[in-house]
Ligand binder design. Structure first.
Ligand code: C2E
Ligand code: MG
Ligand code: MG
Length: 687
């Protein structure tokens, strides 16, 4: 009944009127109206409550009252009182019914309300479930439910994509079977933890893909075993294999040398620390080796970095081949490698391994079409007392390597306690040498070379001296050997060339016939490998105004042998512009005679070792004769070194040696003294 109130009132009034009229006539003009005449009152009550019913009853009385027969005694319409009482009765009944219906109506409204609510919630639930299931079905993550024994109860279709598993067929199988051996324990711990102390945990593990590979999953495990709708552990897994691979790569990069694939210094230091912590527990000792390639810088300068890199790679391969898998090998930087032996018998293994390492450098490295000979100096430190610290070992191995380098290239040295001070001494000398260059502490001494035919001085050899502020005059034997491996020899040699040329030109100008004298300057092996040598020689001679034909460069056989290819190249170049080449200390080195064919040589300087007892023993004389024959075959000039006595001089002369140098004629001396000597010598010849 949705009529507006006034319209409803009008309807009720009309019905009331009509019903009374109908009641009057149907009832035969009496007030004995049937009870249904009260329907309007009832309807009004229903619609408007008690007030509505009352108003309707009053209206009914007024509309229908006059129609009722009058009561003579009260002069009121007959049975009006009856009417009123009956009206009141029906109002009450109407009210009761109204109240009853209203209650029912309210009840049914609430029920309807509830039903709607339930319907709504169900719809929402269904929507939610649909949403959830869509999420699970289409999730990129893998959602699975397993029971406490790891039997798979449910898994999302993404299992197909992530693990290549058949969703249906793997249902009911045990997840543990697919977990990597080393991760299984973790699964059990998680289950234990979660079943005791429910909540969720995140775990990283490897699970086998259908293709047999391992996928790294990151899984959030939630215990919903007691949740009836789930009844298991919910596993929400993300495939993190790519990140893991990248992470591993980055970690590898952080701890490995990209060129050789060996461990880097950071990892090696860590390995050493661990070995030091473990020692005693696993028995045996800890040994540290430092390996440094000799002349690597020169190889790099000469042949280029690509070849240098290849050499380092091949070195790493050789180290790996010479050592056990258990030995840690690292590239510590540049051409320096480190090796760590752990749990080895100190009296045998380290030395035999070091020998194997040295031997592994005996063969030349074949790179592209070139063959490169590179040796390595190895320093070894043993933790004999079991008490050394990692720092001690590192320092000792370094010192031993330094000692190996200083001794001769391509060998190994085991650290010994005296080494430290010896090396400190060497380091001191090195530092002093640098200072000597800047402070101008070097001086050139000159030793005459006497020509046998003319009997006069034909030239001089420049020999370096060091005027040390504390040690006084220091001879070259005491510092050339230190200057050579450190590389300072290049600068010293440079100084020597420039200085000797300058001084020599100056003092020979003061002597009659001085411009006919020659100057010999010694070159070290290191200088011979220096790519700027040619330019240095040219500019030193040019600056001094020395004709290149007057300059002889003395080199030893061994220094040529170190890098024959580049020695031949630079010597040929130098000889091409007129510079002469002499082989110094000839006969003591291990040069092959075929070298004389290759190397552009002018002079052989016969070593003092043959000259010493040439006058007393037949053997040296025989050797000298052989050298002289060889020289004449090759058309070479000969000079005997270290002639101290007249007898020696005469004998050498008789054997056919062309010139001599030695204390017998003159000791090496400063320019001023030599000038006097030259003047005297000139006066002898001219006089
Ligand atoms: P070296 O080139 O063979 O020079 C000859 C050495 O023999 C000189 O020693 C000289 O003093 C010495 N000597 C000469 N006559 C006699 C003698 O009759 N008896 C004895 N016992 N010795 C004699 P020094 O000056 O001590 O030089 C030693 C070596 O140092 C040189 O041998 C040379 O290899 C090297 N050296 C000297 N100066 C230089 C230099 O400027 N550069 C380079 N790289 N090496 C140099
Ligand atoms: Mg010499
Ligand atoms: Mg010599």
């Amino acid at each position: 009944m949705n009529l507006p109130a006034p319209a409803a009132l009008a309807v009720i009034a009309a019905l009331t009127g009509l019903s009374w009229v109908a009641a009057y006539y149907l009832g035969g003009g009496t007030n004995a109206a049937p009870h249904w005449f009260y329907i309007p009152v009832f309807l009004a009550g229903l619609r408007f409550g008690p007030v509505g019913a009352l108003v309707t009853a009053v209206i009914s009385t007024f509309v229908a009252g006059p129609l009722l027969p009058a009561d003579v005694s009260t002069n009121t319409p007959q049975a009006l009182s009856d009417w009123v009482s009956r009206g009141i009765f029906f109002v009450v009944i109407g009210q009761f019914v109204t109240a009853l219906f209203g209650g029912v109506r309210r009840l049914s409204t609430r029920e309807a309300h509830l039903t709607t609510e339930v319907e709504l919630s169900t719809a929402e639930l269904q929507a939610r479930e649909a949403r959830f299931s869509a999420l699970v079905q289409n999730a990129s993550d893998l959602v699975a439910i397993v029971d406490a024994d790891a039997t798979i109860l449910f898994q999302s279709p993404s299992v197909e994509r992530i693990l290549g598993w058949d969703e249906e067929r793997t249902l009911g199988t045990n997840l543990v079977d697919a977990i990597h051996d080393s991760d299984r324990q973790r699964w059990h711990s998680i289950v234990d933890f979660l079943t005791e102390d429910s909540g969720e945990m995140v775990v990283d593990w490897r699970v086998r893909h259908a293709d047999g590979s391992w996928r790294h999953l990151q899984t959030v495990v939630t215990n919903l075993i007691h949740e009836p709708s789930v009844g298991g552990l919910v596993l929400n897994s993300r495939d993190v294999t790519d990140q893991k691979v990248l992470e591993d790569q980055l970690r590898h990069q952080a701890f490995h040398d990209t060129l050789t694939g060996l461990a880097n210094r950071a990892l090696f230091t860590e390995q050493l620390d661990q070995a030091m912590r473990r020692r005693g527990r696993i028995g045996g000792g800890v040994v540290l080796l430092f390996i440094d390639l000799d002349k690597f810088k020169t190889v790099n300068d000469l042949h280029g970095h690509a070849l240098g890199d290849e050499l380092l790679k091949q070195t790493a391969d050789r180290l790996r081949a010479a050592l056990r898998d258990a030995d840690a090998i690292a590239r510590l930087g540049g051409d320096e490698f480190g090796v760590l032996f752990e749990g080895v018998a100190l009296d045998s293994y380290p030395r035999s391994a070091a020998e194997r390492l040295v031997a592994s450098f005996a063969e030349p490295f074949r790179i592209d079409s070139s063959e490169v000979f590179v040796t390595a100096s190895i320093g070894m430190a043993l933790d004999e007392s079991g008490t050394e610290s990692a720092e001690d070992l590192l320092r000792n191995a370094d010192l031993a390597m330094y000692a190996a380098k200083a001794k001769n290239e391509g060998g190994y040295e085991v650290f010994a306690s005296g080494m430290h001070s010896r090396i400190l001494d060497r380091m001191q000398v090195e530092a002093d040498l640098r200072r000597a260059l800047t402070e101008d502490e070097f001086q050139v001494y000159y030793q005459p070379i006497v020509d046998h035919v003319s009997g006069t001085i034909g030239g001089v050899e420049a020999l370096i001296r060091w005027n040390h502020p504390e040690r006084g005059l220091v001879m070259p034997d005491q510092f050339i050997g230190i200057a050579e491996p450190s590389g300072i020899i290049v600068e010293i040699g440079d100084w020597m060339l420039r200085h000797a040329c300058q001084e020599f030109v100056a003092f020979t100008k003061e002597v009659v016939g001085g411009d006919g004298l020659g100057l010999s300057v010694n070159l070290s092996a290191r200088q011979l490998r220096d790519p700027t040598l040619f330019d240095t020689v040219c500019s030193a001679a040019a600056a001094a105004g020395l004709e290149l034909e007057r300059l002889t460069l003395e080199i030893t056989e061994s220094s040529i042998m170190e890098d024959t290819e580049s020695a031949v190249r630079v010597l040929t170049q130098l000889r091409g512009i007129g510079v002469r080449i002499a082989i110094d200390d000839f006969g003591t080195g291990y040069s092959s005679l075929s070298l004389l064919n290759e190397i552009p040589v002018d002079t052989l300087k016969i070593d003092r070792a043959f000259v010493i007892d040439v006058a007393t023993r037949p053997e040296p004389a025989r050797l000298i004769r052989a050298i002289l024959t060889l020289a004449s075959d090759f058309g070479l000039h000969t000079v005997a070194e270290g002639v101290e006595e007249l007898e020696q001089h005469l004998l050498l002369q008789a054997l056919g040696c062309e010139a001599s140098q030695g204390f017998y004629f003159a000791r090496p001396q400063p320019a001023a003294q030599l000038l006097d000597l030259l003047k005297r010598d000139a006066s002898i010849t001219t006089g």
